[in-house]
Design a protein around this ligand. Structure first.
Ligand SMILES: *[C@@H]1O[C@H](CO)[C@@H](O)[C@H](O)[C@H]1NC(C)=O
Ligand SMILES: *[C@@H]1O[C@H](CO)[C@@H](O)[C@H](O)[C@H]1NC(C)=O
Ligand SMILES: *[C@@H]1O[C@H](CO)[C@@H](O)[C@H](O)[C@H]1NC(C)=O
Ligand SMILES: *[C@@H]1O[C@H](CO)[C@@H](O)[C@H](O)[C@H]1NC(C)=O
Ligand SMILES: *[C@@H]1O[C@H](CO)[C@@H](O)[C@H](O)[C@H]1NC(C)=O
Length: 431
């Protein structure tokens, strides 16, 4: 597996300036340090998607393990120990495997975090507010500690909630985090990272703990020979440039029930491919309550999913229209999981896709953000059918997820105060 080499770069140096300037994190693509071809990278990402789609049975909080591709490095404790995290807008908890983790912990690139070597670690007691305000934590039976327990599609993690000093390059901040002492997760699911940094709406996410109301990121294209680092900005440093048009989309009001309250839902209402507006029933993308506290459907944007998956009716409409437009240029897909492919030389025939959002905002998805080379001869559509998420306890098989491949070279600003997500086309490698 790739060795994610990441480091965090911060705009501001001193702790006192933290609130004023915010955090700037550098993210490295999981496959960036491997000497592999673009086809190999895509093949891996596709495999990760299918592992994830296939593993959604019994999901409680569908974190995007295997699909996530952008990882941040940070230091934890004093003296600082290195750690690596997948940055995930689809979950909340910040966690890392601890040195006492056994017996079935997954292997990671860096040594496990050893709290005995840190002068700054503190336990969170079970009467602490932070232990009570979220569903990931609860008092241990003896009432002494605050336990964390989160179930994901790929398995479960358990441990205790503590606080530590996290260092993002030179910026230090104390955060509550899960010191994970038991995991039951498929090896390789985290691609060698030590844990996750959640950016969801819940109380334990990085953005919530920092008390910030906005963050932004710009993901560099990962099918280049050299993959430049991407950036995540939290707080005041999160802002778009002034001179490129911006599409602003209001977030859909969130359900209050876990885990649906974690997600960032968008009001997608339709799609156009080339010059053809797709005939998709308006309610196909609606978020709806299917049982008390259980929500189905909806459209969520997720930095932790590589590829977009569309609700079945939208997937069928897109596939049919593309097949009509590409006609004789279509070639037999080289793998079963792929539906639409053309010869590499013919990818210029693929039309752009436009996402239409409620409120009138349109986001143009260029061909390279939803098609990609899968072998030396062939380029294929890299959008999948959400219905292939089989056996889900949660009805996630009808939820449309906008993955990070579709977000490349786009600066996305999540303004939680205003309740708006802004999209701005950008050259992310120059940021
Ligand atoms: C990367 O792959 C190329 C082509 O296979 C090879 O020539 C080169 O030596 C490899 N580099 C490393 C660092 O492995
Ligand atoms: C953790 O750190 C303590 C204190 O330095 C040390 O005694 C212990 O051996 C370390 N544990 C592991 C597994 O490295
Ligand atoms: C929590 O409990 C501990 C010990 O039981 C006590 O020392 C502490 O004051 C309590 N904190 C709060 C906020 O109640
Ligand atoms: C590209 O598509 C055209 C049909 O639109 C076909 O005639 C041609 O052979 C294709 N090129 C390749 C390289 O397959
Ligand atoms: C989603 O899963 C549920 C429960 O298994 C099933 O009833 C429903 O038909 C599925 N929806 C789609 C679009 O496959």
């Amino acid at each position: 597996m790739a060795r994610p080499l990441l480091w965090l770069a911060l705009l501001c140096v001193s702790l006192s300036s933290f609130a004023a300037c915010g955090l700037r994190l550098e993210l490295t693509h999981v496959d960036a340090k491997d000497n592999c071809t673009v086809e190999e990278r895509l093949h891996r990402a596709t495999e990760r998607t299918h592992r994830r789609l296939a593993s959604m049975g019994g999901v409680i909080a569908p974190v995007r393990w295997a699909e996530t591709q952008y990882i941040a490095e940070y230091h934890i404790g004093d003296p600082p120990q290195r750690a690596e995290a997948i940055v995930d807008t689809g979950s909340d908890l910040i966690w890392t495997q601890c040195v006492t983790c056994r017996p079935k912990c997954f292997s990671q690139n860096l040594p496990f975090y050893n709290y005995s070597r840190s002068l700054t670690v503190q336990a969170v007691s079970c009467n602490d507010t932070i232990c009570a305000v979220n569903s990931e934590t609860q008092c241990t039976r003896d009432g002494k500690a605050c336990a964390v327990l989160v179930s994901y599609g790929a398995g479960d993690i358990a441990g205790v909630l503590g606080t530590e000093v996290f260092t993002f390059r030179s910026e230090k901040v104390r955060l509550a985090f899960g010191c994970i002492i038991a995991t039951d997760i498929a090896q390789g699911s985290l691609d060698g990272a030590s844990g996750i940094i959640g950016l969801g709406r819940g109380a334990l996410s990085l953005v919530s703990q920092l008390g910030d109301t906005k963050f932004s990121y710009c993901l560099t294209p990962y099918l280049r020979d050299t993959v430049n680092p991407s950036h995540l900005y939290v707080g005041a440093s999160a802002e778009l440039s002034g001179n490129v048009p911006v599409t602003s989309v209001p977030f859909v009001k969130n359900p209050k029930e876990d885990p649906f309250n974690t997600f960032y839902y968008l009001p997608l209402v339709g799609m156009t491919v080339g010059n053809a507006k797709l005939a998709i029933p308006a309610e196909a993308f609606d978020l709806r309550q299917v049982a008390p506290g259980v929500w189905a459907g909806g459209v969520l944007i997720d930095s932790g999913s590589p590829f977009t998956s569309l609700v079945d009716v939208a997937y069928q409409a897109l596939g049919a229209e593309l097949a009509r437009q590409l006609g004789a240029s279509l070639v037999t897909p080289p793998a079963k999981v792929l539906d639409l492919c053309v010869a590499r030389g013919n990818v210029s025939l693929v039309p752009p896709l436009v996402l239409h959002f409620g409120g009138g905002g349109d986001v143009v998805v260029p061909p390279e953000n939803y098609w990609g080379p899968v072998d030396r001869a062939t380029e294929c559509m890299l959008v999948f059918n959400a219905a292939t998420r089989t056996n889900a306890t949660l009805p996630m098989n009808e939820t449309t997820i906008i993955g990070n491949y579709m977000q490349q070279n786009m600066h996305l600003l999540y303004d939680l105060g205003q309740g708006v997500l802004s999209f701005q086309p950008a050259d992310c490698s120059s940021m």
